[in-house]
Design a binder for this molecule. Structure first.
Ligand code: ADP
Ligand code: MG
Length: 633
């Protein structure tokens, strides 16, 4: 912000570049949603009033002028004016400068671009980006803010802006504490000076505001602390409306949980699961939006610590009369009370999810599909609740239909009596897993395999380690404790017969690939594929190694894996003959088989040597197949 010295006390400031950009975005966003500015102004007034109420409560002994805490709206249709006033904490000169002109986020280009994208789709999100105040410039061509801080020594100020280049600030005397914002409406926005329109908008978005909103002496909103009312007295519509108020959302919640407790502490809790998982849109971590109240007085918005991180998608209100009113943000973090609240709510929410999973599969699956990443995060990060959360996991398997899920419990219930382990395999999708050589042996022996499509699932399985006493094993593990089958016994017999030949072949494969893989073995699991890479490491699964390779190109994943080959496969039978007749070409072919196994396992390989090799192989094949060239005279 640049400052021009002027002779009077009036100061002129220019908007920062990023503020101008935001203003551009806002002014040019959807025409139809302009009315959201009303909600943004009311929500700022509410914040200021909440702070005031809180100050009044903890400084009850100090003498200060106590105005009624309320919001007043004045409308002037002729002069095209919309005025909103609150008796909240107001702003000092410094706060006017730093807060009204601020962009909560970094203001980086990256942020601005994302912001533009989002607001183009839905300007309604503006409040969530901490720039709600600017929404007024969708409807106003000139705005005057008069404000005085609650602080007894504070002076009043007047801030004026046309939303284009900058603003002025000048002292203004004879103001009460609070803020009064006057919008001079654009010609095409005169409807916002209409009483009927504004009343409708308030009813729609701000009905649950915990302070009276007054127009011409009449209270417009129904002030209700829904969470402390009896469930039977609340309609679905009330809940939905309240949800819209607390979250600023347009849509209905996916679900709600409303309960009260007496021990170990008295609480009223109203939680909503939103319909969407905003994080899945690629928008960073969401902040928990559960507000903490004490006897209907807001203690902290988006309270820290009352829920575990993995429940940060929940919205709503927690009200506990056992909380001290003047608890500070710092003491909140590690207060025993907060931990008690956290524990009680988490357990209650888990019970609710578990019941839902049991009694309403369809509803639970809808929840799972949207919020599964949070459940998985909980399993990885929250030792206390890992076990309860593991019952909620749902996966597709080799035996389910696509997009149908089962629980680990269901998996165990239907596995054969002599199966001791739970098997899972990670892949990018069902088709690629079904084609993968890793599941050949499971298909052949009719063993169910869990399909995971998210590499994070390998971390989940790793942290869980086992479920109801059964080890969770990645299907690319070298050691599988597979139940025996008659077919496999037959196979072993065959293997013993051809043992001698196989051992020589194995020796040769080892010699050729000795620097490239950790070990070479004859496979007992392959049916249709010539070779696969398996993982001798029981701690770090193949999918985790793939992630490590993606993060660090130098990570030599393959050299730590074991190559298993299928001596019965036609390619190896041919190689076995060729290795004596044409050892050079046999080696080339074998290296190619290794690279292909690496690709199948999802690793990246070096392209240049592979292309060179494939050219040699192609050359050989074409030479054999193409008729001799006839040179025309
Ligand atoms: P946010 O509300 O997310 O912080 P806004 O752009 O809506 O972002 O408001 C910016 C800031 O301006 C607020 O955080 C607050 O400090 C200040 N502010 C806005 N309106 C008022 C008001 N009526 N009373 C006191 N402060 C206000
Ligand atoms: Mg705001």
């Amino acid at each position: 912000m640049t400052e021009n010295n002027s002779t009077s006390e009036k100061q002129t400031y220019q908007f920062k570049a990023e503020v101008s950009r935001v203003m551009d975005i806002v002014i040019n966003s959807l025409y139809t949603d302009r009315e959201i500015y009303v909600r943004e102004l009311i929500s700022n007034a509410v914040d200021a009033l909440e702070k005031m109420r809180h100050l009044n409560l903890i400084k009850a002994n100090e003498e200060s002028k106590e105005l009624p805490l309320e919001i007043t709206i004045e409308l002037d249709e002729k002069a095209k004016k919309f005025i909103i006033a609150d008796t909240g904490v107001g702003m000092t000169n410094e706060e006017l400068l730093s807060d009204l002109g601020k962009i909560a986020h970094s203001g980086s280009m990256d942020f601005l671009e994302k912001l533009e994208d989002h607001l183009k789709k839905d300007v309604n999100l503006i409040g969530q980006f901490g720039i709600g105040f600017y929404s007024i410039f969708m409807v106003a061509h000139r705005v005057t803010v008069q404000t005085k801080s609650y602080d007894q020594d504070a002076r009043g100020y007047e801030w004026i802006s046309d939303g284009a280049s900058g603003f002025t600030i000048a002292p203004k005397d004879d103001l009460d504490h609070g803020t009064r914002i006057m919008l001079e409406l654009k010609d095409d926005a005169s409807e916002f000076a209409n009483e009927f329109t504004i009343k409708r908008i308030i009813k729609q978005y701000s009905n649950f505001v915990p302070f009276p909103i007054i127009i011409k002496g009449e209270k417009i909103n129904t002030v209700q602390a829904l969470w402390s009312k009896n469930k039977n007295e609340i309609s679905d519509a009330d809940y939905t409306e309240f949800y819209k108020y607390v979250t600023g959302a347009f849509d209905e919640p996916l679900d709600r949980l409303h309960f009260s407790t007496d021990a170990p502490l008295a609480m009223n809790v109203l939680l909503f699961t939103p319909k969407e998982n905003i994080e899945s849109f690629g928008y960073g971590k969401v902040e928990s939006a559960v507000d903490l109240h004490c006897r209907k007085v807001l203690i902290q918005k988006q309270a820290q610590g009352i829920l575990p991180q993995w429940l940060r998608f929940l919205k709503g209100v927690v009200d506990s009369e056992d909380l001290p009113l003047n608890i500070s943000r710092e003491t909140m973090q590690d207060s025993i009370l907060i931990r008690k609240i956290n524990k009680a709510i988490t357990n209650r929410f888990l019970k609710y999810l578990t019941d839902k999973a049991k009694n309403d599969e369809e509803a639970f699956n809808l929840f799972w599909n949207t919020f599964k990443t949070f459940i998985k995060e909980g399993i990885i990060s929250d030792l206390d609740h890992r076990n309860s959360l593991s019952h909620l996991l749902r996966y597709e398997t080799s035996k389910t239909e696509p997009e149908k899920w089962i629980s680990l419990k269901q998996y165990i219930d239907r596995m054969a009596a002599d199966q001791n382990e739970i098997y899972y395999i990670n892949g990018s999708n069902r088709d690629s897993i079904l084609k993968s050589p890793y599941i050949e042996v499971f298909t052949e022996r009719d063993i169910e395999v869990i399909f995971t499509y998210d590499p994070a699932d390998d971390f989940v399985m790793n942290h869980l380690d086992s479920y109801e006493g059964k080890k969770l094993i990645s299907a690319d593990a070298e050691k599988l404790d597979l139940p025996s089958s008659s077919q496999s016994e037959q196979k072993e017999e065959e293997e013993i017969r051809s043992k001698n030949i196989n051992e020589k072949l194995q020796e040769w494969v080892k010699t050729v690939l000795k620097d490239k893989v950790a070990e070479v073995r004859i496979s007992k699991r392959l049916v249709d594929s010539p070779a696969i890479l398996v993982n001798p490491d029981t701690q770090v699964t193949g999918a985790m190694k793939r992630m490590m390779q993606a993060l660090n190109k130098d990570f030599t994943a393959i050299s730590k894996l074991t190559l298993e080959f299928n001596p019965q496969h036609a390619l190896f039978q041919l190689l076995d003959k060729l290795r004596n007749n044409d050892p050079v070409f046999a080696e080339i072919a074998l290296e190619q088989i290794l690279d292909q196994a690496a690709i199948t396992a999802g690793f990246t390989i070096e392209f240049d040597p592979m292309v060179e090799r494939v050219n040699k192989i192609l050359h050989r094949a074409l030479e054999e197949l193409a008729p001799p060239t006839i040179i025309q005279p």
